[in-house]
Design a binder for this molecule. Structure first.
Ligand SMILES: *[C@@H]1O[C@H](CO)[C@@H](O)[C@H](O)[C@H]1NC(C)=O
Ligand SMILES: *[C@@H]1O[C@H](CO)[C@@H](O)[C@H](O)[C@H]1NC(C)=O
Ligand SMILES: *[C@@H]1O[C@H](CO)[C@@H](O)[C@H](O)[C@H]1NC(C)=O
Ligand SMILES: *[C@@H]1O[C@H](CO)[C@@H](O)[C@H](O)[C@H]1NC(C)=O
Ligand SMILES: *[C@@H]1O[C@H](CO)[C@@H](O)[C@H](O)[C@H]1NC(C)=O
Ligand SMILES: *[C@@H]1O[C@H](CO)[C@@H](O)[C@H](O)[C@H]1NC(C)=O
Ligand SMILES: *[C@@H]1O[C@H](CO)[C@@H](O)[C@H](O)[C@H]1NC(C)=O
Length: 825
């Protein structure tokens, strides 16, 4: 190899390494009380706040710069000076990059002039949020906070408190956290003394303070060797039984995977060491956990715990299964790092938990132990790193909002009375919304919505009437007597089965008043799926939208779990795309269907019921009514977090093969962007008229998402478009559509558009095709202006779906149609 080439190689490599190092967009490093700019041991420049350039960050109040007359030769030069504030004063920084930032404050007390810094007691606020209260330090203390800055400057206010007449600080770091450092608006498992609940992560509503940062099985890591200039401490002192654990280490660099943990989450050395179970040679005693006990403040209510993993112990995939316990509660059962970390060994990965400290304990116990799934001769459990952060000022979180109710509700089995109570309150809520809706009437057409019809039927129940009087839409009507359902389905006649799946069987039925419904019956007597059942009622009863399938009622009698939906005439979109004898849909129809489904999902994500993630978007869950208007179905999975019940812990992931967001799959952190991913797969499915997964095809074609993305990226998407409609599609419309689908399938949730953006782009594609805007029909509750003007009445009715009853008025036919669920799950 010649020298030039080597040089070239070195340069490229250096560039590569440099471009990989994290450089925060906002980066302020202040050496308080110093008049010089200082380079510290991790090579960062700290600007003295007594220098010309540094003083501009200081504003207001009275302060003096102090110098330590006897600086310790061992400690950083930053601790040789301090700024002492004798009245409230602040540092102000311009913020270029809104979002999560780190604030680190260094306190290292010394004695100088009239000040013994040990006597300083003070408060620190960041943009008005209290970080430290009546704080004082006897020894050197480093405080680290994560906070969201959502305006263009950050003010760090320092003021003396209590009897103290001064405050001080030795150094301040304020810089942008890496993008995606915390997944916002996702759902975490909340570990509390009552078990596991859902926790909606909203980083903007609280500040996190780092309490522990541990390199399990490894040595101390200093800022010099950490991508975010952090300190990591060895775990040994926290092990409750040292002999239970054994250190493992590797010399191989971690095998970072996109979507897994990155170098910014923890440096290589955290992932290159771990503790594993210390099982003596030949011993079959696996019945123990490795437990760490971390001191915490009893008065802290809530923590975020981030556990880092990297399977450096297995010799093959799928051989390590273990359980994670937090404070004695099973936080994650049967962890399978092979699956989580992308089917790679030694691939870094982390899992976040929210942990409630209701018992005011001053210790947090984290254990890992063997799972029943693992081979009896090879049981093991590992942990590579731990970060514990407390939520500062946790009161900010709406802890006792309706969220809690939902989870109380979904968790334990509840009696019918509470159930009715809840439905009644939901009813009142919805009625209020309806009334509000009426103040500003929207243009309405003759079509009305299901509710009216339901109310018209005779299902108002006497039971529970004591609670409150029925609203104008007759929500007591939700409860349907079992005997009526038996009649409607001809006593669950097998000939009326239109679908089946995880939850049970779906029948077509006709209620009194000739109302056609889809009846979804859980396995009688079994409690399996009860949480889903209750979730679905809670969720569905809150939601009314013209692009979402409506719940007509439910039945909970005689240990039955039955949900009754409107019957959607033409059934699943999938059947109209391929594999059936239905006439094929035109490009314009397909666009309209995609737009309709996107509207429904957009409403789920952002509408009045807000923040609902569907979790199982696929072409069999998008139904078409008789006018080919899309309606999104099956919210049975909505909301349930990944760790909720035993049956789902082992798989960890809900959703359907071929549609599953790879990021969710790896991280188990669910966001509305997971729905966007699945919807992207549906878009390609609509375009190419083939299944999301087709095992009969060549290997490179099996997975639609991968295959279509390849063609899309090559700019050759037209090559794989459904040949039957190719000649109708305008290139500009196709281009827009392809780009939209591509964006939905981005590897990382943050790079994907919101459902609102998707909707906008699809409407644009529609406009490019037709030169006319797609009529907006963003229905709010029952104010449903009806379907877009589609090519009406392709009279081809399907076998088994046809109802031929002449039940006349459009409102009933439109509303009560078929629902097929769970197919292909
Ligand atoms: C102070 O700021 C000026 C202009 O921004 C810059 O040229 C100079 O290098 C800075 N001095 C120090 C000590 O950072
Ligand atoms: C500084 O470090 C040296 C050795 O590393 C140690 O002997 C000495 O006690 C330390 N001094 C202080 C003040 O901590
Ligand atoms: C100052 O802070 C320390 C430590 O937080 C505390 O123990 C002490 O009581 C405080 N003193 C005053 C005067 O507030
Ligand atoms: C998150 O919290 C902020 C501030 O409390 C609030 O404005 C915002 O609406 C919340 N977002 C969600 C999705 O709950
Ligand atoms: C950084 O890491 C290297 C390799 O692990 C180690 O030799 C070195 O001492 C570390 N440096 C510091 C400052 O921690
Ligand atoms: C355990 O067994 C392995 C191979 O079976 C052997 O290499 C190792 O020395 C043994 N260790 C002890 C402590 O006996
Ligand atoms: C591990 O700890 C959990 C929680 O304390 C406990 O339920 C479980 O039985 C322990 N497992 C073993 C094998 O000791």
């Amino acid at each position: 190899m010649d020298v030039k080439f080597l040089q070239f190689l070195c340069l490229t490599l250096c560039e590569f390494l440099l471009s990989n190092a994290f450089t925060p967009q906002d980066n302020y490093l202040i050496n308080c009380g110093s008049s010089a700019s200082t380079v510290v041991s991790d090579n960062r420049h700290f600007l003295g706040d007594a220098s010309k350039n540094g003083s501009m960050y200081l504003s207001g109040g009275k302060s003096v710069a102090l110098k330590n007359p006897n600086p310790s030769p061992n400690s950083t030069v930053l601790y040789g000076t301090a700024r002492v504030f004798t009245s409230a004063s602040s540092y102000e920084f311009v913020v270029k990059n809104l979002g999560i930032h780190l604030v680190r404050m260094h306190f290292s007390p010394f004695i100088s002039q009239n000040y013994d810094l040990k006597n300083g007691n003070f408060s620190v606020l960041a943009n008005g949020i209290s970080l430290l209260n009546n704080f004082g330090a006897e020894v050197t203390v480093l405080k680290e906070f994560f906070l969201v800055v959502n305006k263009e400057n950050l003010e760090i206010l320092v003021k003396p408190s209590g009897d103290s007449d001064f405050a001080y600080v030795n150094a301040i770091e304020f810089f942008s956290a890496p993008k995606d450092f915390f997944i916002d608006a996702g759902e975490l498992a909340l570990i509390s003394s009552n078990g596991i609940q859902e926790f909606k992560q909203n980083i903007s509503s609280y500040v996190l303070e780092t309490v522990h940062r541990i390199n399990v099985g490894g040595s101390k890591i200093t800022p010099f060797n950490d991508t975010l200039w952090r300190n990591w401490i060895p775990d040994e002192d926290y092990l409750s039984l040292k002999s239970a654990a054994k250190i493992v280490a590797t010399n191989d660099q971690p095998n970072y995977q996109p979507g897994g943990a990155s170098r910014e989450n923890a440096p290589d050395s955290v992932y290159m060491t771990a503790q594993e179970m210390n099982i003596a040679n030949g011993s079959l005693n696996f019945l123990f956990n490795i437990t760490w006990e971390f001191p915490v403040q009893a008065e802290d209510d809530m923590f975020i715990v981030r556990l880092h993993f990297c399977d450096i112990v297995s010799i093959g995939l799928n051989s390590l299964y273990f359980n994670i316990y937090i404070n004695g509660i099973t936080a994650y059962k049967d962890v399978d790092l092979s699956v989580l970390a992308f089917h790679e060994l030694a691939a870094p990965y982390y899992i976040d938990f929210a942990v409630e400290n209701a018992q005011k304990s001053n210790v947090m116990r984290i254990s890992v132990g063997p799972s029943d799934l693992s081979n009896t001769l090879r049981k093991n459990a590992i942990l590579n790193g731990v970060e514990i952060m407390r939520m500062v000022d946790f009161v900010a979180l709406p802890k006792t909002s309706n969220k809690k109710h939902v989870w109380n509700f979904v968790g334990p089995i509840v009696g019918g009375f509470f159930f009715v109570l809840l439905l009644a309150s939901v009813a009142i809520f919805v009625c209020l919304k309806c009334k509000r809706g009426r103040v500003k009437p929207k243009p309405r057409r003759s079509e009305s919505v299901g509710w009216t019809s339901v109310r018209g039927s005779s299902y108002a129940i006497s039971e529970g009437t004591a609670l409150t009087s029925p609203g104008p839409y007759g929500y007591y009507g939700l409860r349907i007597p079992f005997s009526d359902i038996q009649v409607a389905t001809n006593d669950f006649d097998n000939n009326l089965v239109i679908g089946s799946g995880g939850f049970g069987t779906v029948y077509k039925g006709i209620l009194k008043d000739n109302i056609k419904v889809a009846v979804k019956r859980g396995v009688p007597g079994s409690r399996q799926g009860l949480p889903e059942f209750q979730t679905e009622i809670t969720v569905l009863s809150k939601i009314r939208h013209c692009h979402l399938v409506s719940l007509v009622g439910y039945c909970e009698e005689q240990s039955e779990m039955i949900l009754v939906y409107e019957y959607i005439e033409k059934g699943p979109l999938r059947h109209h795309l391929y594999g059936s004898k239905f006439p094929h849909l035109s490009w314009k129809q397909r666009l309209e269907i995609c737009i309709g489904a996107a509207r429904g999902l957009h409403y789920l994500h952002t509408g009045s019921a807000q923040g609902i993630i569907h979790r199982d978007i696929k072409s069999t869950n998008i139904l078409l009514d008789e006018n080919y208007v899309a309606k999104v179905a099956d919210f049975g999975l909505s909301r349930s977090g990944p760790c909720l019940d035993e049956t789902h812990v082992s798989t960890g992931v809900k959703g359907s093969f071929g549609y599953l967001d790879p990021e969710y799959f790896r991280r188990q952190q669910l966001t509305d962007k997971s729905d966007v991913y699945s919807f992207g797969v549906v878009l390609f499915e609509v375009l190419c008229a083939r299944p999301a997964v087709d095992p009969l095809l060549n290997r490179d074609q099996v997975n639609l998402a991968e295959w279509a993305m390849e063609w899309q990226k090559k700019g050759l998407i037209e090559q794989i478009v459904d040949q039957r409609i190719m000649d109708q599609i305008k290139p500009s419309s196709l281009k827009k559509f392809g780009e939209t689908a591509e964006k939905c399938l981005a590897d990382y949730g943050v790079d994907r558009p919101t459902m609102g953006d998707v909707l906008w782009n699809l409407e644009h594609a529609y406009q490019l095709q037709t030169n006319e805007p797609q009529t907006a029909m963003d229905g709010d509750l029952s104010d449903d202006p009806g379907p877009p003007r589609l090519v009406r009445g392709d009279p081809t009715s399907s076998e088994g779906v046809d109802q031929g009853d002449g039940s006349s008025d459009i409102s009933t036919t439109r509303v009560f149609s078929q629902l097929l669920t769970n197919e292909g799950r």
